[in-house]
Design a protein around this ligand. Structure first.
Ligand SMILES: NC(=O)c1ccc[n+]([C@@H]2O[C@H](COP(=O)([O-])OP(=O)(O)OC[C@H]3O[C@@H](n4cnc5c(N)ncnc54)[C@H](O)[C@@H]3O)[C@@H](O)[C@H]2O)c1
Ligand SMILES: O=P(O)(O)OC[C@H]1O[C@H](O[C@H]2[C@H](O)[C@@H](O)[C@@H](O)O[C@@H]2CO)[C@H](O)[C@@H](O)[C@@H]1O
Ligand SMILES: [Mn+2]
Length: 440
């Protein structure tokens, strides 16, 4: 079987060790000859990389491993780029979440003004990765899950239309895992789903088992009472995430014929989110206090001891969708996956140039979207407003336009008025002066 060369862009990510463990657990279906890390923060990456070096030496010494901050070294002779960068890292995520709250508007990583600010930072970073890939390994594919995936996907559609890049998200994977548990199945892959929307803004319309039996009624009975909180939670979900999974029951009530992506809570219940937010301590603080501390603490322990058992790194099961995708391209498996792709008529009564998150069959030439057909007025109205926000952000970045970015924030369903939008925008400009293009 052919072996592949992969570069992880954003090697210093807290998700890198879990993804490396997942890649090692999937060598039978996606074997590696080489694995490289690339990051623009060498110190952050070195800690993650030196610990992963110990793990790789123990488990797969024949995989050639290296890490670098040099794009030419990183992107030469690779088959896949797995990209998960966070431009501005957690300190800027904290600003994305706290600045809107100062103006009575929800602060979130990928939604609302926070997501717009994050998008204005991410576009340049991801386009740079695409250009490195095309310069040094023109036949490679980029599997991008750098957020905000919706804005990044629109930017790559518009500004790198020929690039071999697939934009993906693991939120549906996580929710489907919970749905499978609720339905009494062992794994989400025992389900066959139909879904449509934008990234972090979608709905399931059909869920069947492999024999075509409708699982919606059983799942619906649970979601109506408990949202996506499963009967037993072996993973020990963090409180704020548990609240999000529980709130899905209220989001579901707005269209009981479907199941919602959890992110719709931010657009349909922004008042609830603001009431339950602490402007001094947001999700970014939780992640820095938990995931970042845990991952870097484990990596340092592994480096000190020279053995992986000294740390408590866990395989990122959800990330196996990345191998599903890479294997589908490498071996033409025709895997059925939710991907963020140009609509191009798949949703018949929606903008053909919108980037939509829908089921696709994936093979060596990339994704082949399945037809969705017409969508209802409620979802169409919500999606039209949100996709206009995402498109305006990309136009604002490309044209360096203050007014278009003001329009984008004003148009967001999470923002009450143009005056509040302007106040938030002016604060975000100051906070992002190192990262955004200068607006005129
Ligand atoms: N698509 C999804 O469903 C999904 C799921 C989980 C995480 N993510 C995304 O994965 C990314 C990583 O998340 P994290 O919490 O581990 O962040 P993190 O800050 O721990 O890691 C991000 C890394 O990217 C690096 N980086 C930033 N800008 C860069 C650039 N221009 N070039 C190269 N490297 C750069 C940083 O130095 C850092 O090491 C984020 O974008 C996050 O939103 C997406
Ligand atoms: O607040 P964070 O940084 O913990 O999570 C934000 C990300 O949340 C989603 O990814 C989840 C995923 O859905 C879940 O199953 C599990 O794997 O954890 C992931 C990260 O927590 C969302 O899809 C991402 O886009 C967000 O960045
Ligand atoms: Mn996501």
């Amino acid at each position: 079987m052919k072996k592949f060369s992969v570069v992880v862009a954003g090697g210093g990510s807290t998700f890198t060790p879990g993804i490396v463990l997942m890649l090692l657990a999937n060598q039978h279906r996606f074997p590696l000859r080489a694995l490289k890390f690339y990051d623009n923060d060498g110190a952050r990456q070195e800690t993650i990389a030196e610990a992963c070096k110990v793990i790789l030496k123990e488990q797969a010494p024949d995989i050639e491993f290296s890490y670098t901050t040099d794009p030419k070294e990183a992107f030469t002779d690779i088959d896949f780029v797995m990209a998960h960068i966070r431009v501005g890292k957690y300190p800027m995520r904290e600003q994305d979440e706290k600045i809107p709250l100062r103006h009575g508007v929800l602060g979130q990583e990928t939604c609302g003004p926070g997501g717009i600010a994050y998008g204005m930072r991410s576009i340049g970073g991801v386009l740079e990765l695409v250009d490195f890939m095309e310069k040094y390994s023109p036949n490679a594919w980029m599997l991008n899950y750098s957020n905000p995936a919706a804005i990044v996907a629109e930017a790559t559609r518009r500004l790198r239309p020929k690039a071999k890049i697939l934009n993906i998200c693991d939120m549906p994977i996580g929710i489907e895992s919970r749905m499978a548990q609720i339905a009494g199945l062992k794994d989400r892959k025992e389900m066959r789903v139909r879904y449509y929307g934008l990234n972090h803004f979608g709905w399931w319309t059909s869920i069947e088992d492999k024999n075509g039996n409708d699982l919606m009624p059983k799942i619906r009975e649970h979601v109506a009472k408990f949202g996506y909180v499963p009967p037993s939670d072996e993973h020990g979900t963090e409180a704020s995430w548990n609240d999000t999974f529980s709130k899905a029951k209220d989001v579901w009530a707005l269209d009981p014929s479907t199941f919602p992506n959890t992110y719709l809570k931010y657009y349909l219940f922004p008042d609830y989110v603001v009431e339950h937010s602490n402007p001094e301590h947001t999700r970014a603080n939780e992640v820095m206090e938990h995931r970042e501390k845990h991952v870097f603490g484990s990596c340092n322990a592994i480096i000190q001891a020279g053995k992986s058992s000294a740390g408590e790194l866990e395989i990122d099961e959800h990330a196996s969708y990345i191998v599903d995708l890479a294997a589908a391209i490498a071996f033409n498996t025709q895997e059925r996956m939710l991907l963020i792709v140009p609509n191009n008529g798949a949703i018949n009564n929606f903008d053909p140039e919108a980037m939509v998150e829908i089921p696709c069959l994936v093979g060596k030439s990339g994704p082949e979207p399945l037809v969705v057909g017409n969508i209802p007025q409620f979802q169409k109205g919500l999606m039209s407003q949100q996709v206009a926000v995402e498109k305006l952000v990309v136009e604002a970045w490309e044209e360096r336009s203050y007014v278009k970015l003001w329009q984008a924030i004003t148009l967001s369903k999470t923002v009450p008025s143009a005056s509040v939008a302007k106040a938030i925008l002016d604060d975000l400009i100051v906070a992002n002066k190192e990262y955004w293009p200068e607006l005129k």
